[in-house]
Design a protein around this ligand. Structure first.
Ligand code: ZN
Length: 376
């Protein structure tokens, strides 16, 4: 039996660790260890009939993604590219199974791994009842939203659902890139089952990162559609130079400003029904007499939009409802009493929150109000 360890992890993936892993696998043949160059925090254990890839977590579960999540995509790449005729198996072995390795964040990592068919060799040591894979996009998204101390700005990625596709906006910098790739593989597996596509939009935090070639190949293997352009963040501002699809960039900016897809006015969060609604319409921007660069900026500006459900989107676009300069909801006075009553019935939020009511938002709103002639 042969065991391969990467030189750079020689100290951490030592003989004690190897023996523990072999015990879990019920392997007691003699073995030789080969040290190899390259990346991958894992053991490859090769018997006559099997090839086990074992991703080994860090000794102490501390940082957000440094414990395990950032190591998975690299090993997963090597695993899927290995064309051995032996039976392959990919697992995780946890060096730390204390309470630190049981935070909501880390449990999510286990669940994402399980969804990809990666089991956890010593899961029983965690003392949790069996860890379940995610069954659907909604299942995963709900878990993410319910997670303690959920902070969207702290995430390595945003993911959202549109009518026939999912989009993941994956940050590429450092460990975030590895974590985004891992998550994208999982969402691609889920999307396949649901007959949807998964788009991956690259988000550059420092403007220079590119997705690693091994992660790119991995995403392609899982059938992910990698968008050609990218979103470039700098001091939280989107740069004009980006080549990303306009609509993707607009949606990304709405996610940054308002959070998850959810109708601003009624709270409906059935994502496939939620529209990235412009205040100053694209067609009017295109027809306006301003430089192209400014047109582009307005078309993707998060202040020029709201998440609205299909019903509220149409009502806003058609001037049935709008907001005044204080951000208060205004219902078109030409409507009949029963129609006004209906709108009030389906509308819970009657005012734009002050933090969202920026001067840019108001400028777009004034253009909109002029167009729909509500005289506000
Ligand atoms: Zn709504």
């Amino acid at each position: 039996m042969k065991i391969i360890v990467k030189e750079r992890y020689k100290e951490e993936l030592n003989i004690d660790v190897i023996n523990k892993v072999l015990a879990y696998l019920n392997l007691n043949e003699s073995f030789e260890i080969q040290y190899m160059r390259g990346d991958g925090r894992n053991l490859v254990i090769e018997t006559d009939s099997h090839k086990y890839y074992i991703i080994v977590s860090r000794e102490t579960a501390d940082a957000r993604n440094a414990f395990l999540a950032q190591y998975i995509s690299t090993v997963l790449s090597q695993y899927v590219e290995d064309l051995t005729t032996k039976q392959k198996k990919l697992s995780i072995f946890l060096l730390d199974t204390s309470d630190r390795a049981k935070t909501d964040f880390i449990i999510d990592t286990y669940r994402v791994a399980k969804t990809l068919g990666i089991n956890i060799l010593n899961e029983s040591e965690l003392g949790l009842s069996s860890i379940q894979p995610y069954n659907s996009f909604k299942d995963w998204k709900n878990a993410r939203n319910n997670r303690q101390q959920y902070n969207p700005a702290n995430q390595s990625s945003y993911a959202m659902e549109d009518e026939d596709e999912y989009t993941i906006f994956g940050k590429l910098y450092g460990a975030n890139g590895k974590e985004s790739a891992f998550l994208a593989c999982q969402l691609a597996e889920i999307a396949k089952k649901e007959n949807k596509k998964l788009n991956f939009v690259q988000v550059k935090e420092h403007g220079t990162e590119i997705i690693s070639s091994s992660d790119k190949k991995l995403l392609e293997y899982y059938g992910v559609n990698i968008s050609e352009g990218s979103i470039v963040l700098k001091d939280k501002q989107i740069r004009d130079r980006s080549t990303c699809r306009k609509q993707d960039e607009f949606k990304f900016n709405l996610l940054e400003k308002y959070g998850n897809k959810k109708c601003y006015l009624c709270g409906c969060d059935i994502e496939s029904n939620i529209i990235a609604s412009h205040i100053h319409r694209i067609t009017d921007i295109d027809n306006s007499n301003i430089p192209d660069e400014e047109k582009r900026r307005q078309a993707v500006d998060g202040d020029n939009g709201l998440w609205l459900c299909a019903n509220h989107d149409k009502m806003f676009e058609n001037g049935i409802i709008t907001f005044n300069k204080n951000g208060e909801l205004v219902i078109n006075p030409t409507l009949k009493a029963n129609q006004v009553a209906f709108i009030k019935y389906i509308t819970q939020i009657l005012k734009i929150q002050d933090i969202h009511l920026t001067s840019e938002f108001l400028q777009y709103l004034m253009i909109h109000n002029k167009r729909v002639k509500l005289g506000l």
